[in-house]
Design a protein around this ligand. Structure first.
Ligand SMILES: [Zn+2]
Length: 115
């Protein structure tokens, strides 16, 4: 099967593909700590469920960063989730160190969609 390469050199990823990071986070909207399913786009995007400390599976082939393994397995990305308590959304920063999902925390600087 032929692989389409876009102008920026990346494979075409079907829209809406992401991975999930299940983590307990303090919602910046209601300040309640709750389990969140964070959607994020790092590594191989196949709807895999990760938890903090898990090793991220990188994409192979000719895919560009951040899907392919960066130097030393270190990458920062963004994630998105909706609070299970108040139903409002917020963005998070996802930090990968040595191929492991090392940290996830709310990104207070980025405006949410749901007001
Ligand atoms: Zn909340």
């Amino acid at each position: 099967m032929a692989v389409a390469i876009s102008a920026n050199g990346r494979d075409h990823e079907p829209m809406g593909l992401y991975n999930l990071l299940l983590a307990e986070l303090e919602c910046p909207r209601c300040l309640v700590r709750a389990r969140c399913a964070v959607e994020f786009r790092l590594g191989l995007l196949d709807l895999r469920e990760y938890r903090l400390g898990d090793i991220l599976r990188w994409a192979g082939g000719h895919r560009g960063k951040p899907l392919r393994r960066p130097d030393e397995g270190t990458a920062d990305g963004e994630g998105y989730c909706e609070c299970a308590h108040c139903g409002k959304d917020f963005w998070v920063r996802v930090h990968v160190r040595d191929d492991r999902i090392a940290e996830v925390r709310p990104d207070a600087d980025r405006p949410a969609h749901i007001s």
